[in-house]
Design a protein around this ligand. Structure first.
Ligand SMILES: [Zn+2]
Length: 118
């Protein structure tokens, strides 16, 4: 498991399972539907669930292969603060909008940020 992403990966895995179950269920319902419009609706929902499942799978693979930026929203102004790919705990970044400085910290294998004095 990639350092710093423990909870994120757990959430993504649960979401992936839900999308897989939905895709399977919608395909089953499309198969047994007699009404053409209902069948088409379930086929559309199955394709949407597959799209979500594929997107979640790509995010998980990117995290597991260290090809994912570590970024947070600034706690002062909401602007994005990007620590880049494979950052080290303790790295410091400054919000490009409000100039607040943050350090990257790890709490129980989850990355988070800490305010630093200006
Ligand atoms: Zn800011």
């Amino acid at each position: 498991m990639r350092e710093g992403f423990k909870s994120v990966l757990e959430f993504l895995e649960v979401d992936l399972e839900i999308e897989e179950e939905q895709e399977h269920l919608y395909n089953q319902l499309a198969t047994i539907s007699k009404d053409a419009k209902v069948k088409e609706t379930f086929q559309h929902l199955a394709r949407a669930a597959k799209g979500h499942k594929d997107a979640l799978g790509r995010i998980i693979r990117d995290i597991e292969t260290d090809n994912h930026d570590v970024s947070f929203y600034c706690l002062m102004c909401g602007w994005e603060i990007d620590f880049g790919k494979m950052p080290s705990v303790g790295n410091e970044e400054r919000c490009s909008l409000c100039c607040q400085k943050f350090a990257l910290v790890d709490v129980d294998n989850d990355y988070t940020t800490k305010f630093l004095p200006q």
